[in-house]
Design a protein around this ligand. Sequence first.
Ligand code: AMP
Ligand code: TRP
Length: 333
Amino acid sequence: MARVFSGIQPSGVPTLGNYLGAIRNWVPMQNGDESLFCVVDQHAITVFQNPGELASATREMAASLIACGLDPDRCVLFVQSHVPAHVRLGWIFNCIARLGWLNRMTQFKDKAGKDREAASTGLYVYPNLMAADILAYHATSVPVGDDQRQHLELANDIAQKFNHDYGVEFFPRIEPMILGVAARVMSLRDGSKKMSKSDPSDQSRINLTDDADTIALKIRRAKTDAEPIPDHMAGLEARPEARNLVGILAAISGTLPENILREQGGKGFGAFKEVLVEALVDHLSPIAAEMKRLLNDPGAVDAALHKGAARAAAIADPIVAEAERLVGFLPPR
Ligand code: AMP
Ligand code: TRP
Protein backbone atom coordinates (compact mmCIF):
# COMPACT_ATOMS: atom_id res chain seq x y z
CA MET A 1 0.00 0.00 0.00
CA ALA A 2 1.49 3.34 -1.11
CA ARG A 3 2.15 6.01 1.51
CA VAL A 4 -0.12 9.05 1.11
CA PHE A 5 0.90 12.67 1.78
CA SER A 6 -1.02 15.89 1.24
CA GLY A 7 -0.87 19.44 2.54
CA ILE A 8 -3.08 22.48 2.91
CA GLN A 9 -2.10 26.07 3.72
CA PRO A 10 -3.54 27.78 6.82
CA SER A 11 -4.11 30.97 4.86
CA GLY A 12 -7.82 31.29 5.76
CA VAL A 13 -10.94 29.33 6.64
CA PRO A 14 -11.33 26.28 4.35
CA THR A 15 -13.95 26.71 1.65
CA LEU A 16 -16.46 24.37 0.08
CA GLY A 17 -13.88 24.12 -2.76
CA ASN A 18 -11.16 22.83 -0.40
CA TYR A 19 -13.69 20.43 1.09
CA LEU A 20 -15.08 18.93 -2.13
CA GLY A 21 -11.80 19.16 -4.07
CA ALA A 22 -9.41 17.90 -1.41
CA ILE A 23 -10.28 17.29 2.25
CA ARG A 24 -13.31 15.05 1.68
CA ASN A 25 -11.23 12.78 -0.55
CA TRP A 26 -8.54 12.39 2.12
CA VAL A 27 -10.96 10.88 4.66
CA PRO A 28 -11.16 7.37 3.07
CA MET A 29 -7.35 7.33 2.59
CA GLN A 30 -6.63 7.15 6.32
CA ASN A 31 -4.35 4.25 7.07
CA GLY A 32 -2.27 4.90 10.19
CA ASP A 33 1.38 5.85 9.60
CA GLU A 34 0.87 5.33 5.86
CA SER A 35 -1.28 8.48 5.55
CA LEU A 36 0.08 11.92 6.43
CA PHE A 37 -1.84 15.21 6.29
CA CYS A 38 0.02 18.41 6.98
CA VAL A 39 -0.99 22.03 7.68
CA VAL A 40 1.76 23.81 5.76
CA ASP A 41 2.44 27.01 7.72
CA GLN A 42 5.94 27.38 6.25
CA HIS A 43 4.40 27.49 2.78
CA ALA A 44 1.84 30.06 3.99
CA ILE A 45 4.51 32.65 4.95
CA THR A 46 5.85 32.75 1.38
CA VAL A 47 3.35 35.63 1.28
CA PHE A 48 3.15 37.77 4.43
CA GLN A 49 0.80 36.44 7.11
CA ASN A 50 -0.32 38.46 10.10
CA PRO A 51 1.67 36.82 12.93
CA GLY A 52 -1.18 37.34 15.40
CA GLU A 53 -3.44 35.34 13.11
CA LEU A 54 -1.20 32.60 11.69
CA ALA A 55 -1.08 30.41 14.81
CA SER A 56 -4.86 30.47 15.31
CA ALA A 57 -5.45 29.94 11.57
CA THR A 58 -3.17 26.89 11.79
CA ARG A 59 -5.11 25.47 14.74
CA GLU A 60 -8.44 26.25 13.03
CA MET A 61 -7.33 24.49 9.86
CA ALA A 62 -6.39 21.42 11.91
CA ALA A 63 -9.76 21.55 13.72
CA SER A 64 -11.62 21.77 10.44
CA LEU A 65 -9.71 18.78 9.04
CA ILE A 66 -10.70 16.78 12.13
CA ALA A 67 -14.30 18.02 11.89
CA CYS A 68 -14.38 16.88 8.23
CA GLY A 69 -13.46 13.34 9.29
CA LEU A 70 -9.67 13.09 9.61
CA ASP A 71 -9.06 11.17 12.83
CA PRO A 72 -5.68 11.95 14.46
CA ASP A 73 -5.60 8.34 15.68
CA ARG A 74 -6.14 6.88 12.20
CA CYS A 75 -3.75 9.14 10.26
CA VAL A 76 -0.78 11.41 10.98
CA LEU A 77 -2.12 14.97 11.26
CA PHE A 78 0.51 17.63 12.00
CA VAL A 79 1.95 21.09 11.40
CA GLN A 80 4.86 21.50 8.95
CA SER A 81 6.99 23.81 11.14
CA HIS A 82 6.88 21.25 13.98
CA VAL A 83 8.94 18.76 11.95
CA PRO A 84 12.38 20.21 11.03
CA ALA A 85 13.05 17.34 8.58
CA HIS A 86 11.03 19.28 5.94
CA VAL A 87 13.36 22.30 5.83
CA ARG A 88 16.48 20.14 6.16
CA LEU A 89 15.54 18.22 3.01
CA GLY A 90 14.12 21.41 1.47
CA TRP A 91 17.59 23.00 1.63
CA ILE A 92 19.18 20.04 -0.13
CA PHE A 93 16.48 20.29 -2.81
CA ASN A 94 17.21 24.03 -3.22
CA CYS A 95 20.63 22.84 -4.31
CA ILE A 96 19.26 20.15 -6.65
CA ALA A 97 16.52 22.08 -8.49
CA ARG A 98 17.68 24.31 -11.36
CA LEU A 99 16.69 27.96 -11.83
CA GLY A 100 15.36 27.04 -15.26
CA TRP A 101 12.95 24.52 -13.75
CA LEU A 102 11.54 26.98 -11.22
CA ASN A 103 11.22 29.68 -13.89
CA ARG A 104 8.59 27.52 -15.58
CA MET A 105 6.27 27.29 -12.54
CA THR A 106 2.95 28.89 -13.43
CA GLN A 107 1.77 29.24 -9.80
CA PHE A 108 4.79 31.46 -9.06
CA LYS A 109 3.97 33.64 -12.05
CA ASP A 110 0.31 33.90 -10.91
CA LYS A 111 1.09 34.60 -7.26
CA ALA A 112 4.00 36.97 -7.88
CA GLY A 113 1.89 39.01 -10.30
CA LYS A 114 3.40 41.87 -12.30
CA ASP A 115 6.07 42.92 -9.81
CA ARG A 116 8.14 39.75 -9.80
CA GLU A 117 11.19 41.51 -8.31
CA ALA A 118 9.17 42.15 -5.15
CA ALA A 119 8.15 38.50 -4.58
CA SER A 120 9.82 36.69 -1.67
CA THR A 121 12.56 34.19 -2.53
CA GLY A 122 10.51 31.71 -0.46
CA LEU A 123 7.65 31.98 -2.95
CA TYR A 124 10.14 31.13 -5.69
CA VAL A 125 11.52 27.99 -4.02
CA TYR A 126 8.09 26.95 -2.67
CA PRO A 127 7.94 23.87 -4.95
CA ASN A 128 11.28 22.60 -3.60
CA LEU A 129 9.88 22.60 -0.06
CA MET A 130 6.73 20.90 -1.33
CA ALA A 131 8.90 18.16 -2.89
CA ALA A 132 10.67 17.79 0.47
CA ASP A 133 7.32 17.53 2.32
CA ILE A 134 6.47 14.47 0.26
CA LEU A 135 9.86 12.84 -0.21
CA ALA A 136 10.92 13.16 3.46
CA TYR A 137 8.39 10.34 4.00
CA HIS A 138 9.13 8.44 0.76
CA ALA A 139 5.42 9.04 0.09
CA THR A 140 4.29 8.14 -3.42
CA SER A 141 0.54 8.96 -3.49
CA VAL A 142 -0.29 12.65 -3.41
CA PRO A 143 -3.98 13.58 -3.64
CA VAL A 144 -4.29 17.21 -4.81
CA GLY A 145 -6.30 19.41 -7.14
CA ASP A 146 -5.25 19.86 -10.76
CA ASP A 147 -3.52 23.18 -9.90
CA GLN A 148 -0.71 21.18 -8.19
CA ARG A 149 0.16 18.89 -11.12
CA GLN A 150 3.16 20.94 -12.26
CA HIS A 151 4.63 21.00 -8.75
CA LEU A 152 4.47 17.20 -8.58
CA GLU A 153 6.24 16.87 -11.93
CA LEU A 154 8.97 19.12 -10.53
CA ALA A 155 9.19 16.95 -7.39
CA ASN A 156 9.81 13.93 -9.61
CA ASP A 157 12.52 15.82 -11.54
CA ILE A 158 14.20 16.70 -8.23
CA ALA A 159 14.02 13.10 -6.97
CA GLN A 160 15.48 11.80 -10.23
CA LYS A 161 18.33 14.31 -10.30
CA PHE A 162 19.18 13.56 -6.66
CA ASN A 163 19.29 9.83 -7.42
CA HIS A 164 21.37 10.46 -10.53
CA ASP A 165 23.84 12.94 -8.99
CA TYR A 166 24.53 10.72 -5.98
CA GLY A 167 24.36 7.44 -7.91
CA VAL A 168 21.59 5.95 -5.77
CA GLU A 169 18.01 4.73 -6.05
CA PHE A 170 16.93 6.54 -2.92
CA PHE A 171 13.85 8.65 -3.68
CA PRO A 172 10.82 6.87 -5.18
CA ARG A 173 8.63 8.12 -8.03
CA ILE A 174 5.55 10.08 -6.96
CA GLU A 175 2.20 9.15 -8.51
CA PRO A 176 -0.04 12.24 -8.51
CA MET A 177 -3.66 11.46 -7.62
CA ILE A 178 -5.37 14.33 -9.37
CA LEU A 179 -8.87 14.53 -8.02
CA GLY A 180 -11.73 14.73 -10.57
CA VAL A 181 -12.54 17.82 -12.63
CA ALA A 182 -16.06 17.62 -11.20
CA ALA A 183 -14.44 18.63 -7.90
CA ARG A 184 -13.35 22.00 -9.24
CA VAL A 185 -15.68 24.36 -7.43
CA MET A 186 -16.06 27.85 -8.92
CA SER A 187 -16.78 31.25 -7.35
CA LEU A 188 -20.45 32.01 -6.60
CA ARG A 189 -19.97 35.46 -8.15
CA ASP A 190 -18.12 34.44 -11.33
CA GLY A 191 -18.39 30.95 -12.81
CA SER A 192 -15.04 31.31 -14.58
CA LYS A 193 -12.99 31.84 -11.37
CA LYS A 194 -11.97 29.20 -8.81
CA MET A 195 -13.64 29.44 -5.38
CA SER A 196 -10.79 30.58 -3.15
CA LYS A 197 -10.22 31.35 0.53
CA SER A 198 -8.24 34.42 -0.53
CA ASP A 199 -10.90 36.00 -2.80
CA PRO A 200 -11.62 39.54 -1.48
CA SER A 201 -15.41 38.93 -1.66
CA ASP A 202 -16.81 36.67 1.06
CA GLN A 203 -19.96 36.34 -1.08
CA SER A 204 -17.87 34.40 -3.64
CA ARG A 205 -17.45 31.35 -1.40
CA ILE A 206 -19.04 29.09 1.21
CA ASN A 207 -16.76 28.82 4.25
CA LEU A 208 -16.93 25.65 6.33
CA THR A 209 -17.67 27.93 9.31
CA ASP A 210 -20.74 29.61 7.71
CA ASP A 211 -24.02 29.12 9.59
CA ALA A 212 -27.28 28.09 7.92
CA ASP A 213 -28.51 31.66 7.37
CA THR A 214 -25.23 32.74 5.80
CA ILE A 215 -25.22 29.71 3.47
CA ALA A 216 -28.83 30.44 2.45
CA LEU A 217 -28.08 34.11 1.77
CA LYS A 218 -24.94 33.39 -0.27
CA ILE A 219 -26.67 30.74 -2.41
CA ARG A 220 -29.77 32.88 -2.99
CA ARG A 221 -27.50 35.73 -4.13
CA ALA A 222 -25.25 33.48 -6.25
CA LYS A 223 -24.95 34.60 -9.86
CA THR A 224 -27.17 32.69 -12.34
CA ASP A 225 -28.70 33.25 -15.77
CA ALA A 226 -32.33 33.61 -16.84
CA GLU A 227 -32.89 30.09 -18.21
CA PRO A 228 -34.37 27.24 -16.13
CA ILE A 229 -32.25 24.23 -15.10
CA PRO A 230 -31.77 22.05 -18.22
CA ASP A 231 -32.62 18.34 -18.16
CA HIS A 232 -29.48 17.09 -19.94
CA MET A 233 -25.74 17.83 -19.72
CA ALA A 234 -25.46 19.59 -23.09
CA GLY A 235 -27.84 22.21 -21.71
CA LEU A 236 -25.13 23.31 -19.25
CA GLU A 237 -22.71 24.29 -21.99
CA ALA A 238 -21.69 27.97 -21.93
CA ARG A 239 -23.57 28.32 -18.62
CA PRO A 240 -20.68 28.24 -16.12
CA GLU A 241 -22.74 29.43 -13.13
CA ALA A 242 -25.49 26.85 -13.70
CA ARG A 243 -22.87 24.14 -14.23
CA ASN A 244 -21.15 25.10 -10.98
CA LEU A 245 -24.33 25.02 -8.84
CA VAL A 246 -25.42 21.70 -10.36
CA GLY A 247 -21.90 20.33 -9.80
CA ILE A 248 -21.96 21.41 -6.15
CA LEU A 249 -25.35 19.78 -5.54
CA ALA A 250 -24.16 16.58 -7.22
CA ALA A 251 -20.89 16.45 -5.25
CA ILE A 252 -22.52 17.18 -1.91
CA SER A 253 -25.26 14.58 -2.59
CA GLY A 254 -22.70 11.98 -3.69
CA THR A 255 -24.21 11.59 -7.16
CA LEU A 256 -23.52 12.64 -10.76
CA PRO A 257 -24.65 15.93 -12.34
CA GLU A 258 -26.67 13.82 -14.84
CA ASN A 259 -28.85 12.54 -12.01
CA ILE A 260 -29.35 16.02 -10.59
CA LEU A 261 -30.52 17.25 -14.00
CA ARG A 262 -32.92 14.33 -14.30
CA GLU A 263 -34.52 15.35 -10.97
CA GLN A 264 -34.25 19.13 -11.17
CA GLY A 265 -34.51 19.79 -14.94
CA GLY A 266 -37.17 22.38 -15.78
CA LYS A 267 -37.09 24.07 -12.38
CA GLY A 268 -36.30 27.77 -12.10
CA PHE A 269 -33.22 28.82 -10.16
CA GLY A 270 -35.33 30.04 -7.23
CA ALA A 271 -36.67 26.56 -6.49
CA PHE A 272 -33.38 24.85 -7.38
CA LYS A 273 -31.43 27.06 -4.99
CA GLU A 274 -33.71 26.08 -2.10
CA VAL A 275 -32.88 22.40 -2.76
CA LEU A 276 -29.18 23.28 -2.86
CA VAL A 277 -29.37 25.30 0.37
CA GLU A 278 -31.03 22.41 2.17
CA ALA A 279 -28.41 19.91 0.96
CA LEU A 280 -25.52 22.20 1.90
CA VAL A 281 -26.91 23.05 5.34
CA ASP A 282 -27.61 19.35 6.08
CA HIS A 283 -24.08 18.39 5.09
CA LEU A 284 -22.11 21.33 6.46
CA SER A 285 -23.79 22.24 9.75
CA PRO A 286 -22.56 19.14 11.61
CA ILE A 287 -19.03 19.99 10.40
CA ALA A 288 -19.31 23.62 11.59
CA ALA A 289 -20.73 22.48 14.93
CA GLU A 290 -17.93 19.95 15.42
CA MET A 291 -15.32 22.57 14.53
CA LYS A 292 -16.80 24.93 17.12
CA ARG A 293 -16.80 22.18 19.73
CA LEU A 294 -13.15 21.34 18.98
CA LEU A 295 -12.08 24.98 19.19
CA ASN A 296 -13.67 25.32 22.62
CA ASP A 297 -10.74 23.21 23.79
CA PRO A 298 -7.75 24.52 21.79
CA GLY A 299 -5.39 22.65 24.13
CA ALA A 300 -6.79 19.32 22.96
CA VAL A 301 -6.31 20.23 19.27
CA ASP A 302 -2.73 21.34 20.00
CA ALA A 303 -2.05 18.11 21.90
CA ALA A 304 -3.27 16.03 18.94
CA LEU A 305 -0.98 18.05 16.63
CA HIS A 306 2.02 17.56 18.90
CA LYS A 307 1.45 13.82 18.91
CA GLY A 308 1.11 13.91 15.12
CA ALA A 309 4.41 15.81 14.80
CA ALA A 310 6.24 13.22 16.91
CA ARG A 311 4.90 10.40 14.73
CA ALA A 312 5.78 12.31 11.55
CA ALA A 313 9.32 13.04 12.78
CA ALA A 314 9.83 9.36 13.64
CA ILE A 315 9.22 8.52 9.96
CA ALA A 316 11.00 11.47 8.33
CA ASP A 317 14.11 11.82 10.51
CA PRO A 318 15.85 8.57 9.45
CA ILE A 319 15.01 9.20 5.76
CA VAL A 320 16.35 12.77 5.84
CA ALA A 321 19.41 11.70 7.88
CA GLU A 322 20.17 9.17 5.14
CA ALA A 323 19.76 11.87 2.45
CA GLU A 324 22.24 14.04 4.39
CA ARG A 325 24.67 11.14 4.65
CA LEU A 326 24.38 10.51 0.89
CA VAL A 327 25.16 14.20 0.25
CA GLY A 328 28.28 13.83 2.41
CA PHE A 329 27.45 15.80 5.54
CA LEU A 330 29.51 14.82 8.60
CA PRO A 331 27.05 12.93 10.84
CA PRO A 332 26.06 15.12 13.83
CA ARG A 333 26.72 12.25 16.29
P1 AMP B 1 -5.03 25.60 -0.97
O1 AMP B 1 -6.33 26.25 -0.57
O2 AMP B 1 -4.38 26.28 -2.15
O3 AMP B 1 -4.10 25.33 0.20
O4 AMP B 1 -5.45 24.17 -1.55
C1 AMP B 1 -5.68 23.03 -0.76
C2 AMP B 1 -6.27 21.92 -1.62
O5 AMP B 1 -7.61 22.27 -2.00
C3 AMP B 1 -5.49 21.63 -2.91
O6 AMP B 1 -5.46 20.23 -3.13
C4 AMP B 1 -6.33 22.34 -3.98
O7 AMP B 1 -6.18 21.72 -5.24
C5 AMP B 1 -7.77 22.18 -3.43
N1 AMP B 1 -8.67 23.30 -3.86
C6 AMP B 1 -8.52 24.61 -3.56
N2 AMP B 1 -9.53 25.36 -4.10
C7 AMP B 1 -10.35 24.50 -4.77
C8 AMP B 1 -11.58 24.64 -5.55
N3 AMP B 1 -12.17 25.82 -5.74
N4 AMP B 1 -12.12 23.52 -6.09
C9 AMP B 1 -11.53 22.31 -5.90
N5 AMP B 1 -10.38 22.10 -5.19
C10 AMP B 1 -9.79 23.16 -4.62
N1 TRP C 1 1.07 23.53 -2.60
C1 TRP C 1 -0.14 22.93 -2.07
C2 TRP C 1 -1.34 23.88 -2.32
O1 TRP C 1 -1.16 25.07 -2.45
C3 TRP C 1 -0.03 22.65 -0.58
C4 TRP C 1 1.08 21.68 -0.30
C5 TRP C 1 2.28 21.95 0.32
C6 TRP C 1 1.10 20.29 -0.63
N2 TRP C 1 3.04 20.83 0.41
C7 TRP C 1 2.36 19.79 -0.15
C8 TRP C 1 0.19 19.45 -1.26
C9 TRP C 1 2.71 18.45 -0.33
C10 TRP C 1 0.55 18.09 -1.43
C11 TRP C 1 1.81 17.60 -0.97
O2 TRP C 1 -2.45 23.42 -2.36
